[in-house]
Design a protein around this ligand. Structure first.
Ligand code: PMP
Length: 285
């Protein structure tokens, strides 16, 4: 079955799904995106993702290209046409097509919208979680507005590649003060030997992950203590557990950081428990 993408008003087979070469997303990374998990053919936490999408657009002064309700219809339709039961849906909006000039086109052009969906392998992801992943640390070199989910991801791409070349799955950025900010495509967490879950404030140098937000609710419900503060790689090496969160990974245990085993090199019990309970706190649509 050919995969189908939505591009600017049309559903097209992937090979015919194209954008103009003067699209500002292509030329300037002038756009934003969202990724949602799909479970049982339904979208997980879509209202929260769409709220973040609207915020990203408004921070970049890109107009919302269609009413939110229409965007929801498109997202569901792309998932349906691709028959995705478990996987992800990707949504990208760029400022649109205009002759190349750094400043915004004037008058404004219509923003470009692309939506794709693809299946992921649930068994494989569960197997990965049961073994845990390795992370490395690398110097933070991104712009200060990482709270905007922009498609400008070059430092993230390079950090992720660095991780792969060192036999790891994820890279954690470390800021100038020596604190971990977040992963190249995930939020970073540790659990202290006293069982306190620690993650950095969403106001400071990270993308406010939707999984991160939902997990704070899971922690409260399970009466697990949360401390919102930055932590250093050293504290992470010595932690009882570590994990990352992202919508496609939920809670993914970390078993080594910079080649040092964390929590005896096994996924920790609290991380696995959080993973197990996570979707009880999700909204499905
Ligand atoms: N930080 C970064 C840099 C990311 O790319 C992602 C994944 N989109 C996250 C955090 C996690 O966000 P979410 O939980 O919304 O997937």
């Amino acid at each position: 079955m050919s995969r189908i993408a939505y591009v600017n008003g049309q559903y097209r087979p992937m090979r015919d799904a194209v954008v103009n070469i003067e699209d500002r997303g292509y030329q300037f990374s002038d756009g934003i995106y969202e990724v949602c998990e799909i479970r049982g053919g339904r979208i997980v936490d879509m209202p929260r993702h769409l709220a973040r999408l609207q915020r990203s657009l408004s921070e970049l002064r890109i107009a919302m290209p269609m009413p939110l309700a229409s965007l929801e219809v498109v997202i569901h339709e792309v998932v349906r046409r691709n028959r995705v039961n478990y996987g992800i849906v990707y949504l990208q909006i760029s400022r649109g097509v205009a002759r190349r000039d750094h400043a915004f086109p004037s008058p404004a052009v219509r923003p470009s919208v692309v939506v794709t969906a693809r299946s992921l392998n649930l068994e494989k992801n569960e197997a990965t979680a049961s073994h845990g992943i390795k992370v490395i640390t690398t110097a933070e070199n991104r712009w200060p507005r990482v709270d905007i989910k922009s498609i400008s991801l070059l430092p993230n791409v390079l950090a992720k590649q660095q991780a792969r070349e060192q036999g790891a799955y994820e890279a954690w950025f470390v800021d100038r003060d020596g604190f971990v900010t977040e992963g190249a495509s995930s939020n970073a967490w540790i659990i202290t030997k006293d069982g306190i879950v620690v993650t950095r404030s969403a106001d400071a140098g990270i993308l406010p992950g939707i999984t991160r937000t939902v997990l704070t609710e899971v922690l409260a419900a399970l009466q697990i203590r949360l401390e919102v503060r930055p932590f250093t790689p050293q504290e992470a090496y010595e932690a009882a557990e570590a994990f990352v969160t992202a919508c496609s990974q939920i809670v993914m245990p970390v078993v080594a950081i910079d080649g040092k085993p964390v929590g005896g090199g096994q996924p920790g019990p609290i991380a696995l428990k959080l993973r197990q309970h996570f979707h009880q706190f999700s909204a499905f649509s």
